[in-house]
Design a protein around this ligand. Structure first.
Ligand code: ACM
Ligand code: ZN
Length: 527
């Protein structure tokens, strides 16, 4: 029997003879700070083996922490005659030891040989993003994603809660955001309406669920672009107080927040004040991506703001907005992350961590920014966007991606806080599709997030997949097969045709027509 773990541990040895068999008499000894790990282990035994453990027999599982272990989130796992001992550096370390134990117990059907594992993570930030703006995923579905994140030793849930096509976070002082903004009448060219949002209670429950799995939650209210659902609820947030409906087509929209009006800043502060009560991990994502400046060019409020602040142009207005929001959050003790979008034509404050996603920033610019002290999270779309078809991003491309670019100075490598993989959901309306896109990619991704670079090996990873997929199946998750994830020429061509077809939706002819109307109506008056 070959035992294996995903992500690959730093050091792992297994014997050949079985020395430990877990029965209902097993005694689980839980040290201080190990309660979350113990709860997770017991739930696993219940869910996967219908086993309630009593604790009067001779075999035991000992969970304890040792503050002498200096590396955060690290653990050792030792299996010997009738005993499993996991020692963690901290609460998270012991929790990850249990995640490895889950995989071993599953493979051995509760029986184990001698095992020695010594393990710790490569990156401190190991993220997964779920886009709930395009499609709403139920609270229970979010729980499943969180469970899977924990199994993959990921520790940061980036929750994309708003987009043009839906605003999903209930804000008590601004109920129209969800009463109007969470519903759309149809989706692209179909007739299906779509709706759903998380109540404050739901969000609190999800945050608590995540914390019990040693996962931090970073909420994202994407502004100033991607805000049509907000504008539909509160037209005064837009330039020209436009009467809009929640977006029904994908694509980048020209209507964005009016960042000229002072009332917009007040509105956003009030949203964040409420969210701060729910999201307590001290990091917020500001969005900041894909912001056309067409409306700002015509809007008297925006133009007045540019003059009053001595800004060069609309691009600097974008920076001004993000800096103001970030400094407000900073005054509340909150760090901010935003998408990188462009580098040279606007520069937000140095203390904003950038989440790299597109190729608009050259590697040289990225390295330059890192070497000048800016923290980064690497979420390179070409490797880590889970919605891209396997024809565009086959499994090996995800596996092989190296986030520490050449040229980053040794003393600055820590500024690459880590990596994140993103599930955008324009084309992911169901859990079945979500699972197909996400697995086994999440397995490939987590070997970069967690495992030492020198321990990565694609052939070995592929050999580990059958037992990994069996484990997922136990959670009702149908992963893509290796043949699907590494498509041959015929499958690849079909995949690419399907993917290219999406541009038909993205083009959003209505955007073009609407923009001509706005220019005609508002442009002339101002010029
Ligand atoms: C993004 O994919 N627009 C961040
Ligand atoms: Zn404006």
């Amino acid at each position: 029997m070959n035992y294996s773990i995903i992500p690959e541990p730093m050091e792992m040895h297994t014997g050949t003879e079985d020395v430990f068999a877990l029965t209902r008499l097993c005694n689980i000894k839980v040290g201080r700070g190990c309660e979350k790990a113990a709860a997770c282990l017991k739930k696993f035994l219940r869910d996967s083996f219908s086993l309630e453990v009593f604790g009067s027999g001779k075999e035991s599982i000992i969970l304890k922490t040792d503050s002498n272990m200096k590396k955060a989130e690290s653990y050792t796992l030792i299996v010997k005659e009738n005993e499993v001992e996991i020692i963690g550096s901290d609460e998270a370390g012991i929790f990850y030891g249990v995640q490895s134990l889950r995989q071993l117990l599953f493979q051995g059907d509760l029986t184990l040989p001698e095992v020695y594992i010594n393990d710790s993570p490569r990156f401190s930030y190991r993220g997964f993003m779920l886009d709930c703006g395009r499609y709403f995923f139920t609270k229970e579905a979010v729980f499943v994603f969180l469970e899977m994140m924990a199994l993959h030793k990921l520790n940061t849930f980036h929750w994309h809660l708003s987009d043009d096509q839906g605003f999903r976070a209930q804000i008590m002082s601004k109920l129209l955001l969800t009463e109007i903004g969470s519903y759309r009448s149809h989706t692209n060219f179909n007739k299906r309406k779509h709706e759903g949002y998380y109540t404050v209670e739901d969000m609190k429950e999800i945050v608590e669920y995540a914390h019990n799995l040693c996962i931090k939650v970073i909420p994202e209210i994407d502004t100033p672009g991607h805000t049509v659902a907000m504008l539909a609820a509160y037209p005064e947030l837009s330039c020209f107080d436009r009467d809009l409906t929640v977006a029904t087509h994908w694509g980048i929209k020209y209507d964005v927040l009016c960042v000229g009006k002072e009332s917009t800043y007040e509105f956003m502060k009030e949203i964040f004040d409420e969210l701060l009560e729910t999201f307590t991990d001290g990091i917020f994502h500001l969005g900041g991506d894909e912001v056309p400046t067409e409306r700002w060019k015509l809007c008297p409020h925006c133009q007045k703001r540019i003059k009053a602040q001595g800004l060069k142009d609309e691009s600097e207005l974008h920076t001004y907005y993000l800096d103001r929001i970030a400094s407000y959050l900073k005054s509340k003790g909150v760090k901010t992350v935003m998408w990188n979008d462009k580098v040279k034509d606007y520069m937000v404050s140095e203390d904003i961590a950038w989440q790299l996603w597109n190729d608009e920033m050259s590697k040289t610019d990225v390295v330059g920014e890192i070497n000048s002290g800016r923290p980064f999270i690497m979420a390179n779309s070409s490797a880590y966007y889970l919605d891209l078809p396997y024809a565009v991003t086959p499994l090996k491309k995800t596996y092989d991606f190296e986030p520490l670019y050449d040229g980053i100075k040794e003393e600055n490598k820590h500024l690459v806080r880590g990596v994140e993989t993103c599930l955008w959901t324009e084309f992911v309306p169901t859990m079945q599709k979500a699972n197909y896109c996400t697995y086994p990619r999440l397995g490939a991704f987590c070997e970069t997030a967690w495992s030492a670079k020198e321990n990565k090996n694609y052939d070995k990873f592929i050999k580990k997949l059958p037992s990994y997929m069996n484990l997922l199946e136990g959670y009702g998750i149908d992963s893509a097969t290796v043949r699907q994830a590494e498509p041959g020429i015929i499958r690849k061509t079909g995949n690419l045709i399907w993917w290219e077809r999406r541009k038909f939706c993205w083009a959003g002819l209505s955007n073009v027509i609407d923009n001509a109307y706005v220019r005609k109506t508002y442009g002339k008056k101002e010029n």
